[in-house]
Every structure is written in structure tokens, then in C-alpha cells.
Design a protein around this ligand. Structure first.
Ligand code: SF4
Length: 246
């Protein structure tokens, strides 16, 4: 785990960063016939951004993405959205990642504790208005945290959901105003597990217990083998995304 103090250079303008994202996407397309590999995508980032300018979003379902990024950007910040509703296994995995990988875990917390939110909106807001709950406990805190950086990595994969099918390797994140990089967009779930196994990176024990997609405990259920991996998220509701990757 890195403990170094981060000194961040001045943030480049949105126009500069948007142009850089477009150039990166074009460069990676032109290098070879096949789509660039996750390692090649991360290497392109390391050529164009300093480690202090990049962050990795991680739900602590597994640490494949932080491990992959840390190969080219050791000591990179890993943002963990500490919603106050996580499974114990998830916080355990977070601690394991902090111990074992060359990354710096940054706990990103909502403006209100769960108790404060309950006092203002009533208990279990996630049951009555999960959109509002996610907005307050995930979307706003992440947006606030991303303001520090020029680029963020996500573990979004195209096969996860129809809404993710067109995910590019590199793009401009208009809502958050920074470059968004999805190095493992082309990976299957098996690719992810194969990488985690080959590199002995921490994996949330819930994955082996029927939770292929892991979010907050009240909104995540196990799924049967062969079912849509994300069907256990907000099961029974129309909601399929927390709003982080719109
Ligand atoms: Fe709230 Fe559920 Fe969203 Fe977590 S996943 S922030 S508990 S609605």
C-alpha cells in the first residue's frame, strides 16, 4: 500500500482533456487491427497522465482493475464509495486490497451518515426511492471526488448489461468533466476471474457465493447460475444502474 503524500499538478482544461481523450481513442484504434488490450490502454494513460492525475473506481467485488492499473501507475488512488451499506465481505476486501496492492485507497463518503439521512428522509430510503438514495450516497460523492483528477478508470464491461454494450475504451465523461477509461470493457466475467486468479489479487468472497455483481447489501441479492449477473441488483425494481455510468 502506498503512503506517499500526493502532490497534484494543475488540472488541464476540459477542452485539453477532451482532445486528449479523442486522441487516445484514435491512437489505440490505429495501433492494431484488434482492439487494444487492457494493459495497452493503461500504458497509454501512463504515457499521457501522471499517477496523481488518475483514479480507479473500485466496488471491491474484485481487485483486478486496481492491480492492472498499478502495473503502469504504481501508487494510484483507488476510490471506494463507502456508502455505509456495504457487506462485511466488501469492507474486508477493501482492507485486503489496501494491504496487498501498490495503491492508495481513498474512502469516498456521502455528505450525510446513514443515521443523518434516516433522520431527514426516514429510515431505509433505498426501499422507497433508491434513485435518490444512490444520488446522495454514490453519485454526488463520486462527482465531488473526481473533481480532483483528470481521468478515472472504471471496471465497466460491455457484457454486463445492454446499457453498457457500447462502452468505449477511452472517452470523455461529460457529466463529471474528465476522461473516462474502461480498459476491461471487452472482458467477460470469466476473463475477470482468470486475471484475478492468475495474479492472485483479492476477490470478494461473496462472488463464490452467488453474487457476481456486488453493491450495497440492502440492494444486492445472489443470482442463480446462468442468470443475468446484474439481476441481483435492485431485484424487483425497474432500476438497473446506480447512476455512476450514465
Ligand atoms: Fe442506497 Fe441501495 Fe443505492 Fe446503496 S445501492 S446507495 S443502499 S439505493
Amino acid at each position: 500500500m502506498s503512503t506517499a503524500v500526493t502532490i497534484r499538478p494543475a488540472r488541464r482544461s476540459a477542452d485539453e482533456l477532451r482532445a486528449l481523450a479523442e486522441r487516445g481513442a484514435a491512437e489505440l484504434r490505429s495501433r492494431q487491427a484488434d482492439e487494444a488490450s487492457p494493459a495497452e490502454v493503461v500504458a497509454w494513460v501512463a504515457e499521457n497522465f501522471g499517477v496523481a492525475q488518475a483514479a480507479v473506481a473500485c466496488s471491491m467485488a474484485d481487485a483486478a482493475l486496481p492491480h492492472l492499473v498499478a502495473q503502469s501507475l504504481p501508487g494510484v488512488d483507488v476510490l471506494f464509495l463507502d456508502t455505509g451499506y456495504h457487506f462485511l465481505e466488501t469492507t474486508f476486501t477493501r482492507d485486503e486490497v489496501a494491504r496487498e496492492l501498490d495503491v492508495r485507497i481513498v474512502d469516498v463518503t456521502p455528505a450525510q451518515t446513514v443515521r443523518e439521512q434516516d433522520a431527514e428522509f426516514g429510515a431505509n430510503l433505498f426501499e422507497r426511492d433508491p434513485g435518490l438514495c444512490c444520488a446522495r450516497r454514490k453519485v454526488e460523492p463520486l462527482q465531488r471526488a473526481l473533481g480532483e483528477y483528470e481521468l478515472w478508470f472504471t471496471g465497466v464491461r460491455r457484457e454486463e448489461a445492454p446499457t453498457r454494450a457500447e462502452t468505449p475504451l477511452i472517452g470523455w465523461d461529460e457529466r463529471n468533466g474528465l476522461v473516462k477509461v474502461n480498459p476491461v470493457a471487452a472482458w467477460s466475467f470469466d476473463d475477470l476471474i482468470d486475471y484475478a486468479t492468475a495474479h492472485a489479487v483479492p476477490v470478494n468472497p461473496l462472488i463464490a457465493n452467488g453474487y457476481p455483481s456486488i453493491g450495497c447489501a440492502p440492494c444486492t441479492q445472489p443470482v442463480a447460475a446462468g442468470e443475468d449477473p446484474r439481476s441481483g441488483r435492485w431485484a424487483g425494481l425497474a432500476k438497473t444502474e446506480c447512476g455512476l455510468h450514465l
